[in-house]
Design a protein around this ligand. Structure first.
Ligand SMILES: Nc1ncnc2c1ncn2[C@@H]1O[C@H](COP(=O)(O)OP(=O)(O)OP(=O)(O)O)[C@@H](O)[C@H]1O
Ligand SMILES: [Mg+2]
Ligand SMILES: [Zn+2]
Length: 503
């Protein structure tokens, strides 16, 4: 006598949840368990957990020849998540639970030896796919909130193997999970208000332009002038996330080391990795590739404080996502691609001691030291940063005088209005415009075109800089509600590239 059961589950590759079919085949012969399609160590561990969970839940472990095939075979499969579908396949094939409606579901979950279910990573992308496949999704209880971020799919939360068996036997039906508090996309975590920053009007203006068009920004200035303070307030003036963006960002968090946290739903990420962080931590990697900081910052901000202190090789790797919005991680066996469309905000001191240009002449760095320090950031990297600004040390009197300061809320209203114009015109923020789109929507008068050519020549900038300046000019025009780019918009955009020349 032989019998077969088929169970649906999903593997996680990059941010994809790829369909995996688990076939369990029982045949007469000496008792033996063979699992095909999983790496050897994962097989051993899974085998032990499944056997023990079944026995502890008072089921029989069939004393037959059991062949389990996880297809397709060439996907990287982490062991744990397939415990539940494997266990259910064995139960269905040995007729201990009904097999007829098994195919209406997808299952995922790691089993503890006593039959409890442990959470796994990446259930959010699974839920999206289960919805597409029109199947119900069975997940460990602790993963339910995350899976329920996806609307229009039935999520069945399970604490113990017996719960789902009872459901399939129709003796104790599980009610689909419904998150009690639907996340509110309007909430911005309290991160400090722009009005707390005194003076630095030039920097605040640049921050507003960066926010409106999604442009990258580099701040240079001596210690304690407010660079970190300004950067950390950027999220408070950014436009809200769309549902699509929120899902993308949550998906990356879902497969990352720390997992997804429902309280950060639809809040633009602000990632500020330390300069001592490893390359893998920053750009992602590992034998089963995980997203790094650049991907965790997707649709939000990557803040690199003390930019020249970062490993030069790591900074060079950032060039790819800065241009394309995603990052490819190649491993011997597989390569994974993760989204990494972040807004780069960087801060640095003008020299190693930090005080170059300071009115008290405190800096004693040699020109060679200064050159070496700045040389850590390559030309191509600087080229990708649209706005370069100085954040100088201000006299106390000036700081004290600056009594009436705009709140983040007011600035954010202007940013949102400018962003709406962009979405209406091109369906995306200005920083994502391609060269042809730029030529179409950033028309200059003949005189302005000559002005830009001269500036590019004088500043020794590249062709890429030419397009980037136009994008920033477009954003400045959008902020003032102007359909055409005017000379003042263009000259302001050029101003933001002057510092590059100095350095
Ligand atoms: N323009 C400012 N308005 C109000 N407070 C300020 C301003 N600049 C600095 N401060 C105060 O000084 C502290 C240090 O500022 P911040 O950390 O932003 O400096 P920084 O420019 O990042 O310095 P570093 O180069 O050392 O990193 C802030 O926490 C704030 O209390
Ligand atoms: Mg700082
Ligand atoms: Zn110095």
């Amino acid at each position: 006598m032989s019998s077969l059961a088929i169970v649906h589950s999903r593997a996680q590759v990059g941010i994809q949840a790829i369909s995996v079919t688990i076939e369990v085949h029982l045949t007469n012969g000496s008792a033996k368990l063979l699992i095909v399609g999983l790496p050897e160590t994962a097989v051993k561990e899974s085998q032990e957990r499944v056997r023990s969970a079944l026995l502890n839940a008072q089921f029989e472990f069939p004393l037959q020849r059991i062949t389990i095939n996880l297809a397709p075979a060439d996907l990287p499969k982490e062991g744990g998540r397939f415990d539940l579908p494997i266990a259910l396949g064995i139960l269905a094939a040995s007729r201990q639970i009904p097999a007829d409606n098994l195919l209406d579901y997808e299952f995922v979950g790691e089993l503890a030896l006593n039959g409890d279910l442990r959470p796994v990573r990446g259930v959010l992308p699974m839920a999206l796919k289960a919805r597409e496949a029109q199947r119900e999704l069975v997940v460990p209880f602790e993963n339910a909130t995350e899976a329920a971020m996806v609307s229009g799919v039935s999520i069945l939360p399970v604490k113990h193997l017996l719960d789902i068996c009872g459901h399939l036997q129709k003796s104790a039906i599980i009610t689909p999970y419904c998150s009690k508090d639907t996340p509110n996309p309007a909430t911005v975590k309290q991160i400090g208000d722009l009005s707390e920053v005194r003076g630095q009007h030039h920097a605040k203006r640049a921050l507003e332009v960066a926010a409106a068009g999604g442009h990258n920004l580099l701040m240079m200035g001596p210690p304690g002038t407010g660079k970190t303070m300004l950067a950390s307030r950027l999220p408070s003036i950014l436009p809200p996330m769309t549902e699509k963006e929120a899902l993308e960002t949550a998906t990356i968090a879902s497969i990352a080391r720390n997992g997804f946290d429902a309280s950060s739903w639809a809040i633009r990420p602000f990632r500020a990795p330390h300069h001592t962080a490893s390359g893998v931590a920053l750009v992602g990697g590992g034998s089963h590739p995980r997203p790094g900081e650049v991907s965790l910052a997707h649709n939000g901000i990557l803040f690199l404080d003390e930019l020249p202190e970062f490993d030069k090789r790591v900074l060079e790797v950032l060039r790819e996502p800065l241009e394309s919005g995603h990052i490819t991680i190649s491993r011997a066996a597989h390569s994974a691609e993760f989204p990494a469309n972040f807004q780069l905000i960087a801060a640095m001191n003008p020299c190693p001691c930090g005080y170059l240009g300071d009115s008290n002449n405190r800096c004693h760095c040699s020109p060679q030291q200064i050159n070496r320090y700045r040389g850590r950031i390559s030309g191509p990297m600087l080229d990708r940063i649209d706005l370069h600004i100085e954040v100088p040390n201000l006299p106390r009197s000036e700081l004290r005088q600056d009594a009436i300061r705009e709140t983040s809320e007011k600035v954010r209203a202007r940013v949102i209005a400018a962003r709406e114009i962009q979405i209406k015109r091109n369906g995306k923020p200005n920083n994502l415009l391609g060269n042809q789109e730029i030529e179409a929507v950033c028309r200059l008068t003949e005189a302005d075109e000559r002005l830009l050519d001269t500036a590019i020549e004088q500043l020794g900038l590249s062709a890429r800089a030419w397009y980037r300046i136009l994008k920033v000019a477009r954003t400045i025009a959008d902020l003032s509600g102007s359909e055409k780019i005017q000379t003042s918009h263009l000259t302001e955009a050029i101003t933001y590239r002057r510092l590059e020349r100095k350095s």
